[in-house]
Design a protein around this ligand. Structure first.
Ligand code: HEM
Length: 549
């Protein structure tokens, strides 16, 4: 063997030794391989199930390399110890793609324009390579400005991804924006019952659509109806208007952007390249990996940022300061006058956050609920009977009925528990060395509280695969079972618990309750409760009879 081969052999050996020394820094988990980590045995469609099974061998705290190390918590105890007891240390966010793409890019400093000669594709390729070289110098980016004949003009600009909004920011920006956003949601909803009115207006639109398009006999697909209803609540809340079901072009365009984003960050399955860019951000500059793992997402993010900016501008242009704010944008604009930490860029980011975090989750929860209640028709009737006993002949319920509807409220908890729809998303970052369950989590490690495992298998949920709303009630059938409710963590736990939980619960209560008062849902095909894996675990498409009562 020549010297060169010996050197290569030694380098490989040294890499192996160093890699496994690095692996030992993290809580123990299944054996990772150099470069690919644990990707060799994890499968996309069942990732949540596999993590759950692995968690049983490591007392609910272990590491998988994707290929970047991610510490997973799968028990109520480890999730509580990290997210609540040590909440400040676990409130960090990744700050690398794909999450960081949610922050709108800011262009800074002067831009210099230069022509690049060549047919479009050759010119584009040259610019790609120039961009790769400049990005490695940090924060410099090449923007294609326009092309003219064989000339492409490009600008070299300084770009920054400053932290904005709630869901992907951390530190002071996150604390302030989250606090203000929750306060505004409270003002809109609780003080003046404005939220209930907004939800009712969206439901009016939904009922118009059902009346015109559903004959009560032909199998009907409720998914777009529910999406439009929940999307309209979000739009009313943010911008003060809703889309009519006969004119949904703009809604569908934006919804398409959101779905595309959620689909493209679906790790392992559709987009393995995203993981590579997350593990080694410089790979976003490489051909192919950069294209699919970064640029496509980047371009899509730009489209919904533009959409949101137009919407905010339309509200801001019409709003008169002397009027009481009636929607989120107006209320934020008023706060902006008093609070220097608030600005338009953060307002745009929060609007994007609410759409991304609030729309697919809530409308999917409703679809799962209808499927479960068709699978258990006696449960559907029991809820309906309780609703009728409280509201009589009325076709609507309101929030004041809540205390008299204990079985329905318990059912919503159980429906969310069995829907168990949040998959591998909401990764946190541990910001300081912290010991959880006796294991050291080094600072800057990504961590993932797998809520799925607790909802599916916590010992408090006896026979967890059974749909049984009564587990959320004490023996008297009225009082809430606090121990079970504490572990119904579909909205997360601790500092970063869902910022829209109150709104989501209100939507589920009013929309599901009103639907059940007015319609009976009857299956017309075998009910399949196996989810399709994605950012949110969604039910397979289904149709059913929606019989008016
Ligand atoms: C059934 C419906 C919903 C479910 C199951 C749900 C669940 C969650 C979960 C599990 C988290 C992450 C917690 C974590 O990082 O540990 C979260 C965060 C978040 N949710 Fe929701 N959510 C729902 C509806 C909504 C709605 C309607 C909104 C908008 C008003 C919303 C806005 C947010 C925001 C802004 C965050 C980020 C919070 C932060 O990082 O501080 N969600 N949600």
């Amino acid at each position: 063997m020549g010297n060169g081969e010996e050197l290569i052999g030694l380098a490989i050996l040294a890499y192996f030794v160093l890699f496994y020394r690095y692996v030992r820094k993290y809580p123990k988990g299944p054996l990772p391989l150099p470069l690919i980590g644990n990707l060799y045995h994890l499968k996309a469609e069942t990732l949540h199930e596999q993590l759950h099974e692995i968690g049983k061998q490591y007392d609910g705290c272990f590491t998988v390399f994707l290929p970047r190390p991610v510490v997973i918590f799968t028990t109520f105890e480890t999730i509580k110890e990290s997210m609540v007891t040590n909440g400040d240390n676990f409130a960090g966010k990744a700050q690398v793609p794909p999450e960081s793409l949610l922050h709108k890019v800011r262009m800074n400093g002067s831009a210099s324009l230069a022509p690049c000669l060549g047919a479009t594709s050759v010119g584009s390729l040259l610019i790609d390579y120039l961009e790769a070289a400049l990005l490695s110098v940090k924060n410099i980016c090449v923007q294609r400005m326009f092309s003219h004949g064989y000339l492409i003009w490009f600008a070299v600009v300084d770009v920054q991804h400053p932290q904005t909004g709630i869901s992907v920011s951390d530190g002071d920006v996150w604390k302030e924006q989250r606090k203000v956003a929750i306060r505004i949601l409270g003002q809109l909803g609780l003080g003046k019952n404005l939220m209930e009115e907004k939800i009712n207006r969206s439901m009016d639109e939904m009922f118009r659509q059902l009346k015109d398009n559903n004959d009560g006999v032909t199998p009907f697909d409720v998914s777009l109806t529910l999406q439009l209803c929940i999307g309209n609540i979000m739009n009313e809340t943010l911008f003060g208007y809703h889309f009519e079901y006969t004119n949904t072009e703009r809604f569908e365009y934006f919804n398409g952007c959101v779905s595309k984003h959620l689909k493209s960050i679906k790790v392992l399955q559709d987009n393995f390249y995203v993981l590579l860019v997350q593990a080694w951000p410089w790979t976003k500059n490489l051909p192919f990996i950069g294209e699919w793992g970064f640029k496509e997402l980047h371009q899509n993010a730009a489209t919904y940022h533009d959409f949101i900016e137009e919407e905010v501008k339309a509200v801001a242009d019409k709003y008169h300061k002397d009027h009481e704010p009636t929607n989120f944008v107006e209320a934020y604009l008023v706060e902006m006058e008093k609070n220097p930490a608030l600005d338009l860029i953060n307002l745009h980011a929060i609007a994007v956050d609410f759409w991304l975090a609030g729309m697919e989750t809530t409308s999917t929860a409703l679809r799962w609920s209808l499927l479960q209640l068709m699978k258990h028709p006696a449960e559907q009737e029991r809820i309906r009977a309780e609703l009728i006993s409280v509201v009589g002949n009325s076709s609507r319920i309101d929030m004041s009925h809540r205390t008299n509807l204990p079985y329905f409220v318990a059912s919503i908890n159980e429906l969310l528990r069995v829907a168990n729809m949040v998959s591998f998303v909401f990764v946190h970052r541990c910001t300081e060395d912290t010991v959880i369950d006796g294991k050291l989590i080094p600072a800057d490690t990504f961590v993932y509280p797998q809520l799925y495992s607790v909802l599916k298998d916590d010992p408090i949920f006896e026979n967890p695969t059974e749909y049984r709303p009564s587990r959320f009630l004490e023996d008297d059938g009225r009082t809430a079972n606090k121990k079970a409710a504490e572990r119904m963590i579909a909205f997360g736990m601790g500092r970063r618990q869902c910022a829209g939980e109150a709104l989501a619960r209100m939507e589920l209560f009013l929309v599901l309750g009103t639907l059940l008062l007015n319609y009976r849902f009857i299956p017309t095909e075998p009910i399949d409760l196996n989810p399709v894996f994605g950012t949110v675990l969604v039910p397979r498409p289904f149709k059913c009879r929606v019989e008016p009562l």
